[in-house]
Design a protein around this ligand. Structure first.
Ligand SMILES: [Fe+2]
Ligand SMILES: [Fe+2]
Ligand SMILES: [Fe+2]
Length: 415
């Protein structure tokens, strides 16, 4: 049984949050600050450590269901109808046992105090703290310091006390609004997350199996933005792990390869939808943006030191041994076997998977692709393994993508 990796739940969640906040400057720090504000308001109300923890985590990923930039921007409107993205976020998060209450809070993060009061047996009341924190952050103008706006924000919030928001929660915010320490930290919430709900979060190390499971959430937030790529990362993950096994990587490293596959396109969260979804060739400026995704991936994963190997493998998947890749243009043996496995798995999955607008390639055509790039993009030693084991790798990929497809259908079903 592989040993634990010392990755905490909060490190993972914070990384996902960071990725989601990169999509546009209009949403900069939104998830981070909503996490911070929720936890601080809950603390002010003397909520239990568990509630503080659940609210912090909820804040960090509450708009995970707003997958496109448009829905992320819509979610920022003060009176947005948030039912669709709240339900979508709930469905993404509910399979994870450690996020059970988080899923419920997310489901109701746009439910008003009035509506909660009518369904108090079924809706967790604290979800209204998340709603309040979300609306506070939406009111912050990004080009001015929070300290200069807090009074006007408080006035706007008070108008909705007793209707949108629980008056007790508004009172807690009113008290915090005069606390300079609270305001200073709110300017830069990312640096202060670990001081919140510390009893629970700091020690919440994920078991090996949990870590594998929880990185699936990343793959879904990344891939479900487009039906063209809805199962892509899971195919890459399974193919990369199978290749690592064929190349005698240890059991632990095979699992790390699965994680790297799930995370390899994490940086694409920062790439706008019209580029992700474009079916024709990208123009120069679109390419420039697209080529930034491995760098974003690396910056996001820097927050999880225990995954440094995963980060190296996942974030170098567009480098080539002839130095013509991106973004670092490293070459030869600067690109480790692990990086090449990820690169091969990415290409293998992309060319063999069916997409709504075209069928996947046959063995002969795919073989041609690997022969073409052998010795230029990739080491011939690795492309030979792919060609020799094509059927096995393809079976593994198909199986993994079928499973991911089920998840995608469940996500879109109306239950
Ligand atoms: Fe929302
Ligand atoms: Fe939000
Ligand atoms: Fe990529």
């Amino acid at each position: 049984m592989p040993s634990e990796l010392n990755v905490t739940l909060i490190q993972l969640i914070k990384s996902l949050s960071m990725g989601m906040d990169m999509i546009s400057t209009a949403v900069s720090n939104h998830h981070m600050r909503v996490g911070y504000l929720s936890a601080r308001i809950a603390h002010k109300l003397n909520a239990s450590a568990e509630v503080q923890r659940d609210l912090l985590v909820s804040g960090l990923i509450h708009d995970a269901g707003a997958l496109s930039l448009k829905s992320r921007l819509d979610a920022l409107q003060f009176e947005a109808d948030g039912i669709v993205h709240s339900l979508a976020g709930y469905k993404l998060v509910r399979p994870y046992p450690k996020l059970k209450m988080v899923a419920n809070y997310i489901l109701h993060h746009h439910t008003s105090f009035t509506d909660i009061s009518e369904s108090i047996e079924t809706i967790p009341i604290e979800s209204n703290i998340l709603n309040l924190a979300d609306r506070i952050d939406v009111l912050i103008k990004r080009d001015q310091p929070f300290s200069t706006q807090i009074e006007s924000i408080l006035t706007a919030i008070i108008k909705h006390s007793g209707t949108f928001f629980n008056p007790k929660y508004v009172e807690a915010f009113r008290a915090l609004a005069t606390d300079n320490e609270f305001i200073d930290k709110a300017e830069n919430p990312i640096d202060h997350l670990y001081t919140l709900a510390p009893e629970r979060l700091e020690n919440e190390i994920l078991l090996h199996e949990e870590l594998l499971e929880y990185t699936k959430l990343f793959s879904q937030v990344i891939d479900f933005r487009s039906r063209f790529t809805a199962t892509h990362s899971r195919g890459v993950a399974a193919t990369a792990a199978a290749l690592a096994k064929l190349m005698n990587f240890s059991a632990q490293d095979q699992d790390l390869m699965l994680i790297a596959g799930n995370l390899h396109d994490l940086g694409k969260l920062a790439v706008p939808d019209h580029i992700i979804e474009k079916s024709g060739p990208l123009n120069d400026s679109e390419w420039k943006t697209m080529k930034e995704h491995p760098g974003h991936c690396q910056r996001i994963l820097a927050g999880i030191p225990a995954l440094s190997k995963v980060s190296k493998w996942a974030c170098n998947h567009h480098e080539r041994i002839d130095g013509q890749g991106y973004p670092l243009q490293i070459s030869g043996n600067q690109i480790s076997e692990g990086c090449q496995i990820l690169a091969v798995a990415d290409i293998f999955t992309a060319i063999t998977e069916d997409r709504p607008y075209r069928k996947g390639m046959t063995f002969e055509r795919a073989q041609g692709v690997f022969i073409d790039i052998s010795g230029s993009a990739l080491d011939s030693y690795i492309t030979d393994i792919v060609i020799t084991n094509f059927d096995h790798l393809n079976e593994v990929r198909i199986l993994a993508q079928k499973e991911a497809e089920k998840d995608f259908y469940n996500f879109h079903s109306s239950d």
